[in-house]
Ligand binder design. Structure first.
Ligand code: FAD
Length: 396
């Protein structure tokens, strides 16, 4: 049996209350507005600051660097609660930033940790972004093993003395591009080896000259999120901002399975919310003289939804446990499995909610349709379902 400590229960309650009080009203406003009428970050920034003050972005960072020094289990408890209110806010703002803070704590030098994590101790929240993919060249093939230099990331970083000059173009899907305070940019420092071995990671503050952004990408869901292309035009980065050694960017990212595990937890939250909406509706809506939950066709769907949500949650908790105790298995198998399964569960749970709500399932009055659109976005973010499963094969 899995039991949570009283501290974990309290953190979960704090996250749930935060989600209901801060996220729900903001998301309602964002969902009601046309894409071009608002910049969602304008509405989300205040709640991001409040969440950061509660520790949602510093959970995983050791106390010595201003974090809470907690584990991936606490991360997934928080992300599920926030994800039940809206998946895009925790996935994009809280989980990504929390896990990039962890990346620094894990992969950076002591000097870099002191400098790049100083904001945590100073109570000055920073929003982060990871810029990897490139349009039509580097999506699924980011870590392609083929030693053809034309495959994968083409953004290039050339060393000049104590600096690197980066030139390139990142895809329209880069999360938080245009609004982040700093970017973790992957660029090629070696074109003679397969892309996965030739990429280097750089910490690039948002105000660095040469960095510019496209228009906000309009997506079918994740309305509270912000994604754009990034243009890097001779962006000059001090060598002191290179994270890890040259060629290590892939390894460094792979060393933070918490990114995908936290994302999976956000999707458990979505699936739970879809199930609860459908259950509530099925108890109230009467057809043929009785609540529709009394019709077996509906009841069985609800039972399946409950089983799916609980299975996905346990898988995420297991992956979170592995992240602490067996990072290799977490990185190679348990995090891709948890992310894949949680998104699958979110998609089918949201679809069943649409079905159970009948005509109301596709109205904007209810959230079932929003859940389904938001769920589908999980399919391809942080690698597609198929590519994640192919990546697992060598470790089965
Ligand atoms: C919401 C969202 C957020 C994102 N956030 C970020 C971010 O913060 N930073 C960032 O850098 N990128 C981000 N991305 C980009 C993301 O990593 C890529 O979209 C993803 O890896 C898929 O790449 P692609 O879109 O180029 O699809 P493609 O690579 O073109 O894939 C198209 C189809 O082909 C399949 N396919 C491709 N190659 C293979 C193969 N070798 N074997 C089998 N099937 C294959 C895929 O599974 C897919 O079905 C985000 C994407 C989304 C949707």
């Amino acid at each position: 049996m899995i039991t949570l400590t009283s501290e974990q229960e309290m953190l979960r309650r704090t996250a749930r209350e935060f989600a209901e009080r801060e996220i729900v009203p903001v998301v309602a406003q964002i969902e009601a507005a046309p894409h071009d009428a608002i910049v969602p970050w304008d509405l989300c920034q205040p709640l991001f600051t409040k969440g950061a003050e509660l520790g949602f972005t510093s959970l995983l960072v050791p106390e010595a660097y201003g974090g809470l020094g907690l584990s991936c289990t606490e991360l997934v408890l928080v992300m599920e609660e926030l994800g039940a209110a809206d998946v895009s806010i925790p996935a994009n703002y809280f989980n990504l930033t929390a896990t990039l803070n962890l990346l620094v704590a894990r992969a950076a030098t002591d000097e870099q940790k002191q400098r790049l994590l100083a904001h945590l101790g100073e109570g000055r929240p920073m929003l982060f972004s990871g810029a990897l993919s490139e349009p039509n060249i580097a999506g699924s093939d980011l870590f392609c093993p083929t030693p053809d230099p034309s495959i994968g990331v083409q953004s290039a970083a050339h060393r000049q003395g104590n600096e690197y000059i980066i030139t390139g173009h990142k895809s329209a899907f880069v999360t938080n591009a245009g609004i982040a305070d700093a970017y973790f940019v992957m660029a090629r420092t070696d074109f003679d080896v397969p892309v996965g071995q030739g990429m280097t990671m750089f910490y690039v503050p948002a105000e660095t000259p040469g960095l510019s952004f496209g228009a906000r990408t309009e997506m079918i869901g994740w309305k509270a999120a912000h994604h754009t292309e990034i243009y890097l035009d001779e962006v000059c980065v001090p060598a002191a901002n290179r994270i890890g050694e040259e060629g290590q960017a892939g390894q460094i990212f792979a060393g933070v399975p918490e990114v995908a595990i936290g994302l999976a937890a956000c999707y458990v939250g979505l699936a739970r919310a879809a199930y609860e909406l459908a259950l509530d509706y099925a108890r109230q809506r009467v057809s043929w003289g009785e609540p529709i939950i009394q019709h077996q066709a509906v009841a069985l769907k609800l039972a399946d939804m409950m089983v799916d949500v609980q299975s996905a949650r346990l898988m995420v908790w297991d992956a979170a446990h592995a992240a602490e105790h067996d990072p290799f298995t977490a990185a190679t198998l348990k995090s891709p499995a948890a992310k894949t399964f949680a998104v699958d569960v979110a998609i089918r749970t949201a679809q069943k909610a649409v079905e159970i709500l009948g005509g109301y399932g596709i109205t904007k009055e209810y959230q079932a349709g929003k859940f389904l659109n938001d769920a589908w976005i999980g399919y391809s973010c942080d690698f597609t379902r198929d590519v994640l499963r192919l990546g697992m094969v060598d470790f089965l």
